[in-house]
Design a protein around this ligand. Structure first.
Ligand code: ADP
Ligand code: MG
Length: 212
């Protein structure tokens, strides 16, 4: 199998050396296909199975352009469940270790709003959450997405299956028009085509059939 090292990408040296520390040296197939497009700031639809390394694909894209000195929500990752949101947050925190002060906040339903509102008041660079709860914060005016640069729809097919289309649509409307949108999905049914057409701008498409 052909492999490509992360070091072939125009990444920040500190980010590269942290990937090396994590034992990430060769890109998985989805990373090799998507990262050049993500780093060019293209919108992207990426279709790949579970376990193919999608989190690092969008995580590296988010972190490469994140400004740690600007304390605003620069990236929002929507996930179908709390469990997945926690996994993504943990992976983003590992990937973000190259900088001292990148704050990742997880916002999911099923817990009280008050502590989340306090956390939002303290600020975060990246928010990972489920659509219902993020929509709820938007409705109450407790989350500010005006500084957002990257929106990620992770496991988009599962989110749509769970009935989150309207919530996602509402969240997208609250994001700045000038942003990068990345949609990851294991399958590509009609609902996801519809979502892509309304939420993404001239997206590139990549598809990985087999697992790495
Ligand atoms: P997906 O979101 O596609 O299901 P994940 O992003 O959760 O997959 O990644 C699956 C596993 O692969 C994780 O344990 C992650 O740490 C690991 N991983 C991701 N990219 C690489 C890489 N380039 N080299 C080694 N391990 C990797
Ligand atoms: Mg994943």
């Amino acid at each position: 199998m052909n492999t490509t090292p992360f070091s072939s990408l125009p990444l920040l040296p500190a980010l590269l050396s942290n990937l090396d520390n994590l034992g990430y040296r060769e890109m998985t197939d989805i990373q090799a296909q998507s990262l050049p497009l993500i780093l060019e700031q293209r919108d992207l639809i990426a279709q790949a199975k579970t376990g193919s390394g999608k989190t690092a694909a969008f995580g590296i894209g988010i972190l490469h352009k994140l400004n740690p000195a600007y304390f605003a929500i620069q990236a929002l990752v929507l996930c179908p469940t709390r469990e997945l949101a926690d996994q993504v947050s943990n992976e983003l925190r590992r990937l973000a270790r190259f900088a001292e002060n990148i704050k990742v906040l997880t916002l999911c339903g099923g817990t009280s709003m008050r502590p989340q509102i306090t956390s939002l008041e303290h600020g975060a660079h990246i928010v990972v959450g489920t659509p219902g709860r993020i929509r709820d914060h938007l409705g109450r005016g407790t989350i500010d997405l005006s500084g957002l640069q990257t929106l990620v729809l992770d496991e988009a097919d599962r989110m749509v299956d769970m009935g989150f289309y309207e919530e996602i649509s509402g969240i997208v409307s609250a994001c700045p028009a000038r942003r990068q949108t990345l949609l990851f999905s294991a399958t590509y049914p009609d609902d996801i085509r519809k979502a892509s057409a309304s939420f993404l701008r001239e997206p590139a498409e990549v598809k990985v059939e087999a697992q790495h």
